[in-house]
Design a protein around this ligand. Structure first.
Ligand code: NOJ
Length: 520
């Protein structure tokens, strides 16, 4: 073979895309046993906010505040109405070919007071029916215990700033394991602790909008870690032997890339990573346990400068360090995007003092050349995803990882080519990491449905299925991305050249009338 012919043949099988580092084949196989899923969360999709004995949660309270803090004034009162449409939804998941479905349980739907004194049988029945139907269709349930909708009663008592949350969470988990543990084999204790603590307690970006900057987010962080560990040990000691499942935590990981090659910017990016996800992953997955050193040092120094007698970051005692370390069978990673990070020594007026952002003393900016989603915080940077997976492999001794969320928002429409490209390039980056040894067990698309995107209401659409929120029946229609994802699952491979005709997407053929689902 001449050199030229060899080069031409090689170029036919190479695929270079969007900064992902390796030269890739157009069709790449996923490893044997790799699982594909899709996710939702209770408040974002269920609706039925006050039906059948459900108690209120902090998101019911926030969205019912006047004037509304939600950008389009909406609520999750009805949302995608999965409380009523669960059966046809499972049919749709089956058509998609999902191996598993990740959803969360609404604490106040099964325990309206937040405590186990009253168990709401209708709430139990709802989840039991859903789980049974999933299993009947060979779809594994992956259940999150806490995805941000704390019972209002517990918030009145201080919520995650009260150390007793550890006991309350354990009591709730006991009820859940007793009722569903024989059928559920994958548990996630808590979804995205940073968003709960920093956004909910250290700012106003999420319920309960406590905004006790620089104080409450760290108290919350310690309580979240202990709550997680408590429920891990509960499962490990009392349920695992008879229920045989696995239990982990889902942490949101953004990649922070130094904005320049200076040592300061490299340091700022590393600090950002340690504050953002090291804060939660290091105590559980590192060999030494405890909060990361850079987090401890930064908060201690700033606290001292500010006249505090002790660091605003609570200490983890040596018993607590041991109790938390190793308390996860797998690491759930929710990952979406990358930010450029630089150090600005003055930070003059940029952040409140004291605050988490001020303690980190890093500034994040966007790179205008990266593709932008509907959500202002979300840009497509697949190589950042690769870097996260690689760093997790190195820093934490290659733990078992499930990608428990990854996805893209648009303003709507069925032909979502940018979402298709996002999924393909991120999955390709994932395969790069897998081929280099990362122990990744499965991947979860966020989201199965358009849903209530927290402070953005229904404006940011993450669904691979469109939901018509004007339709009382909340009709679901598969987007192009659903067709592509279906093929990825069917073939267990990523084919960059697989085409779906727009006409097929726009004219779904078979209508499953009784279920209000358009088949595909
Ligand atoms: C992470 C959260 O877990 C989920 O609730 C949210 O909708 C997505 N990210 C997109 O912002």
């Amino acid at each position: 073979m001449t050199v030229n012919l060899f080069v031409i043949l090689c170029s036919l099988v190479l695929w270079v895309d969007n900064g992902v580092h390796s030269l890739q084949k157009p069709v790449r196989k996923f490893p044997e046993g790799f699982k594909f899923g899709a996710a939702t969360a209770a408040y974002q999709v269920e609706g039925a906010w006050n039906e059948d004995g459900k108690g209120p949660s902090i998101w019911d309270d926030l969205t019912h505040t006047h004037p509304s803090p939600i950008s389009d004034g909406s609520t999750g009162d009805v949302a995608a109405d999965t409380y009523h449409l669960w059966k046809s939804d499972v049919e749709l998941m089956k058509q998609l070919g999902l191996d598993f479905y990740r959803f969360s349980i609404s604490w106040s739907r099964i325990l309206p007071t937040g405590f186990a004194d009253q168990i709401n049988q209708k709430g139990i029945d709802y989840y039991d029916n859903l789980i049974t139907e999933l299993l009947k269709n060979k779809i594994e349930p992956m259940v999150t215990l806490y995805h941000w909708d704390l019972p209002s009663s517990l918030q009145k008592l201080g919520g995650l700033a009260n150390p007793l949350i550890v006991e309350w969470f354990e009591q709730y988990a006991r009820v859940v394991f007793d009722k569903f543990g024989d059928k559920v084999k994958y548990w996630i204790t808590i979804n995205e602790p940073k968003q709960i603590c920093y956004e909910g307690y250290g700012s106003t970006a999420k319920a309960p909008q406590l905004n006790m900057t620089g104080i409450a987010e760290y108290i919350c962080a310690k309580n979240v870690l202990l709550s997680h560990a408590k429920v891990y040990h509960l499962y490990d000691e009392n349920y695992r032997y008879k229920q045989n499942g696995q239990i982990g935590i889902s942490v949101s990981c953004t990649w922070y890339e130094p904005a320049s090659d200076t040592i300061e910017d490299h340091q700022a990016a590393e600090d950002a990573r340690q504050f953002d996800w090291g804060q939660y992953i290091h105590p559980i997955f590192s060999k030494t346990g405890d909060f990361p050193l850079s987090l401890k040092n930064n908060v201690r120094l700033r606290s001292k400068e500010q006249g505090f007698l002790r660091s605003r970051l609570p200490v983890l005692s040596s018993e607590e360090i041991v109790y938390i370390r190793g308390s996860s069978d797998f690491l759930g990673i929710n990952s979406y995007t990358t930010k450029l990070t630089y150090r600005d020594a003055s930070l003059e007026g940029m952040y409140p003092v004291p605050s988490y952002m001020d303690d980190m003393s890093a500034v994040m900016v966007k790179d205008a050349s990266w593709p932008q989603a509907q959500s202002s915080w979300l840009q497509s940077v697949p190589w950042g995803f690769y870097k996260i997976l690689t760093q997790v492999r190195y820093l934490y001794d290659n733990p078992a990882v499930w990608i428990t969320e990854n996805g893209w928002s648009t303003s709507g429409g069925l032909i979502d080519n940018d979402r298709v490209k996002y999924y393909r390039t991120y999955l390709s980056a994932l395969l790069d990491a897998v081929e280099e040894g990362s122990n990744i067990k499965g991947y979860t698309a966020w989201s199965l449905f358009d849903n209530f995107e927290w402070m953005s209401g229904y404006a940011d659409k993450f669904g691979i299925f469109e939901v018509d929120f004007k339709d009382p029946k909340r009709k679901r229609t598969p987007r192009k991305s659903a067709h592509v994802y279906k093929e990825i699952i069917r073939s267990r491979s990523l084919d960059m050249n697989y085409e779906v005709d727009d006409k097929t997407v726009l004219a779904p053929t078979q209508v499953v009338e009784k279920d209000y689902v358009e088949g595909y």
